[in-house]
Each structure stands twice: as C-alpha cells, then as structure tokens.
Ligand binder design. Sequence first.
Ligand code: NAD
Ligand code: IPM
Ligand code: MN
Length: 375
Amino acid sequence: AKSYNIVVLPGDGIGPEVTGEAVRVLQLAADKCGFELKLSSHDFGGIAIDNHGKPLPDSTIAACEASDAMLLGAVGGPKWGVGKVRPEQGLLALRVHFDLYANVRPALFPSKSLLSLSPLKESVAEGTDLIVVRELVKGLYIGEKTEADLTPGAAGEAADVMRYNRADVERITRLAAFLALQSSPPKKLHSIDKANVLACSRLWRHVVQETVDREFAAQGVEVDHQLVDSAAMVIVSNPRKLNGIVLTENMFGDILSDESSVIPGALGLLPSASLSGLPDGKQKCRGLYEPIHGSAPDIAGQGIANPVGTILSAAMLCRYSLGETRAADAIEAAVRQMLDARADGGDEVRTRDLHGQAGSKDVGDAVCARLEKLL
Ligand code: NAD
Ligand code: IPM
Ligand code: MN
C-alpha cells in the first residue's frame, strides 16, 4: 500500500483540539481508501517558544523536510503577545522556508441550511462560490522591516517594505489560472489591487493581465481588475459578483479571506492550502494545510472549537499533496452531509459558532460516521 509521512503541527490555543479531530478523520479515510499514514506531531509556535526558545525549532523543520505534507492547527496567543519572539514568526518562516507562495482559501459554498446562519441576507449569500488565492511569501509581510525605537523621546519611526517582481506575480497568476481551468467553463479571475496608489499594484495588474493574455486566454481564462477597497465592500454586499478566483497579494488576501468567511457564516469553517507549486501531480508539490482562523484563545481548552475548517484542510491535503482524490471527495461530502443533516431527516451537528450545542469531538464523530458509509 502507498504510505505517506504526515507532519502534524497542532500549535497553540484551539490548535490541538481541531487537529485532533482532523487527524481522526484523515486516519479513517486512509484506512478505508487503502493507504497508510505515518503521523508525527511536532512543536511549533508558542509551545515551541516555551520548549525550545524559538517558534520554528530545527527539529520541526527537519521533520517537515522529510514529510509528504504538513497539517497545522494555529499559532499565537496572549501568553506570547507581540514581543520580540512571537509564535507568528514561526509561521512566516515556515512559509518562506518551503517557498509556499500560493495560499488557496475557498469560501465554502454555504449548504442550503447553513445559508440561514449567514449574517448576510440569504438572497445576498446564496450562490456564492469563490476561492481566494493569496500570494504568501512576498509583500509587506516579508520586505525589509525597521522596528520603531519606542523609548521616550525617540522619533519612533517604523517601516515595512512591500516588494514584488515580475516572476512573483507570474507564478501566482499561473496557479490561479490552473485552478480556474479545473472547471469547465473556466472560472473567472478577479485580480484585486490598489493600482491607483501603489507601484507594486501597478506591476501586479500589468503582469497578471500579460500572463493571462499570453498563456491562458486561448483556453478561455478571463481576468478583470478591481481595487481592494471596493472589493472589500462587494464581498459583503454582492459576493456573487466575485464568483471564481479572487487573486491578490499577501496582506490584501489575509484581510479579504477572513472577510469572505462571513459569507458561509463562520471563520471556523474555512480551510486553506499553502502550496509551493502547481498541484498538477507532475512534480512533488509541498503543502501546508491549515484552517484560516487563529488559535482562538477566548475558547481554547473548552472542547467547543469548530474543527470543520481543519477537517476540510485535511481533505485539501489528500487532494493536492497525496493525490488521494477519493479520500478528499469523501471527507468533503461527509462534512457537507453533516452540516445539512436535516435534509435526510437527521439533526445537524453544529458547534456554538454555528448556533449549535455540539463539541469538537461530536463533530469529529459525526464526520467519521458519515465517512464510514461513504467509503
Ligand atoms: P482568531 O481567528 O483566533 O479568532 C477570532 C474569533 O473567531 C474568536 O472569537 C474565536 O473564538 C473565533 N474562532 C476562530 N476559530 C474558531 C473555531 N474553529 N471555532 C469557533 N470559533 C472560532 O483570531 P484572533 O483572536 O485575532 O487571533 C488569536 C491568535 O491567533 C493571535 O495570536 C493571531 O496572531 C493568531 N492567528 C494565527 C493564525 C494561524 O496560525 N494561521 C491565523 C490567524 C490568527
Ligand atoms: C493567517 C494569519 C497569519 C497571516 C498570521 C498569524 C501571521 O492571520 O494565516 O491568515 O497574517 O498570514
Ligand atoms: Mn489571517
């Protein structure tokens, strides 16, 4: 049987709670589909600062190097604050170390019964189907930084540099177009920038258009360009207008992907994949899979976190890094059935963020029970 080496990075706060459920689901899918998993957990984030003095210890990097894919919970929390050594630095370092330049964040299509839980009017949320593709290793996150001198009397000036080049924009555009071409007809690309102000955005807009014209127009891929401020408004007022692939740079993508979680109704539902290349099965594509939410310190340790975003991240892991499509499809179907159980006469299993009573474990159990039947 095929065997895969999966590194689990539970991290901080609700991280261990949500990865615990996702690993149970992943293991069951593997057993049923006939592949083997070698799972190992490693310290990462705040817990790694406590145990090793830094958020991304060498032993964790070595384990990730040797893995076929990485599954992450979340990092950070009030214990580590925004001091000199921060858990979040580990996440940025991991992204850069493996050159995980493409962050794919689908805003889960709301199941019929979830639609009523969306804070948006049903008529607004209905039919939304968008995927945010966020550039992940350049921009303000990574450019040169000047920390402010905060001692009294000092000028206290800080700087973060945003820098993009042609190759950076070309490769993320190719990945977005690859995803667009998975559908027939191809999904539309909506490139988001601030080209009326930023030089990086003028480069971005030009290179996105040029790459699509040169390499993808003949296959029917189309792109339009929008300014980020107005796109932020459209996401919550008429999100169907952005159906397709929302392609954007690092920080805009961070903000727009949290915002788009409003559409299905909860941050805890949304998964992500961070990839180092096209997931076309032709070459090994490294991937880090994690929910888009953080460590939710306000609810950590209570067993009530919604593990759906992490479970769906595990499905993306099967699809993009393992090529185990059947397992991926079944996990996604099991989640959808669970959220929509009333449709077949049962009760939905929902955590509190979805106005339910279920705990994280109940959700894991319910997904596993459905997976048993599906596979
Ligand atoms: P957050 O995403 O952790 O929480 C925002 C709100 O959503 C909270 O009310 C929280 O309870 C709720 N929430 C989030 N995930 C949930 C889930 N699965 N189920 C139920 N409710 C959920 O954002 P924050 O509070 O701004 O950040 C907390 C910490 O997490 C910070 O240190 C931040 O840097 C870090 N963070 C890490 C990641 C990551 O590891 N990728 C992502 C975002 C934030
Ligand atoms: C995310 C998070 C991270 C980001 C933080 C924790 C560094 O918000 O994964 O969206 O901003 O990229
Ligand atoms: Mn974020």
